[in-house]
Ligand binder design. Structure first.
Ligand code: AMP
Length: 218
């Protein structure tokens, strides 16, 4: 099964995707993470996209599409993908359907995490990521444990686009583009809205129930 998880930046897509990956043996395909890696590795693509990403705008649909096709076409990930951060607009939603069709696959579930702008600001400002294991923490809601080797303060990193100014711009970009995507998935009856304001474990339980409720794949 393949699923899409979307919601504004800071909604908890990454945190919840990591949980789904572990519990259901799926693969998280985060376009944002793949793009950040290009910048960190100083690739040609990385230098082209860094100013766009740091302004909170979207990279081109072609760049994002090429990234996801690499995974959709790979048999190791067949019917095991969580799309985190893709699609971001209606063109991408249609493109995702076409690519999945091309490789004999489909989307089984679309999860939308809804969260208010006030919560998002706090989540983004407080967010840090362990550079060793990739776990995501938040100094207000979910601080990293003390006295651990892996997730100690020296390994916690902030994303360069996690500033208040850029986060508001990313939220506005999301809001501007996402309505047609929501309508698109409402029509296909695949969309489930999850209250992203709940505590992490409650969101996790709800998502888990929705996934196990999908007939014929477990
Ligand atoms: P995210 O990690 O999902 O918050 O994405 C971080 C940034 O990566 C976004 O603000 C965009 O600049 C870029 N990005 C991620 N996914 C896409 C996408 N599907 N299409 C275009 N740009 C994207």
């Amino acid at each position: 099964m393949n699923l899409v998880i979307f919601g504004p930046p800071g909604a908890g897509k990454g945190t919840q995707s990591k949980f789904i990956v572990n519990k259901f043996n799926l693969h998280q395909l985060s376009t944002g993470e793949l793009l950040r890696k290009e910048i960190i590795n100083k690739t040609k693509l990385g230098s082209e996209i860094s100013s766009i990403m740091n302004s909170g705008k979207l990279v081109s649909d072609k760049i994002a599409s090429d990234l996801i096709e690499e995974f959709i076409s790979n048999d190791n990930y067949k019917n095991r993908l969580i799309f985190d951060g893709y699609p971001r607009n209606k063109i991408q939603a249609i493109n995702l359907n076409n690519l999945l069709k091309k490789y004999n696959q489909k989307i089984n579930l679309v999860l939308k995490l809804s969260v208010s702008i006030d919560t998002i600001k706090k989540r983004i400002i407080g967010r840090s990521i362990c550079s060793i294991c990739g776990k995501i923490y938040n100094e207000f809601f979910n601080p990293a444990p003390l006295n651990t080797d892996c997730c100690s303060a020296r390994f916690l990193q902030k994303r360069s686009d996690d500033t208040l100014e850029i986060s508001i711009s990313r939220y506005e970009t999301y809001e501007k583009n996402i309505k047609p995507v929501i309508d698109f998935y409402k029509e296909t009856k695949l969309l489930k809205v999850v209250n992203g304001e709940m505590p992490i474990s409650e969101i996790t339980d709800e998502i888990s129930g929705l996934i196990t409720g999908i007939k014929g794949w477990l």
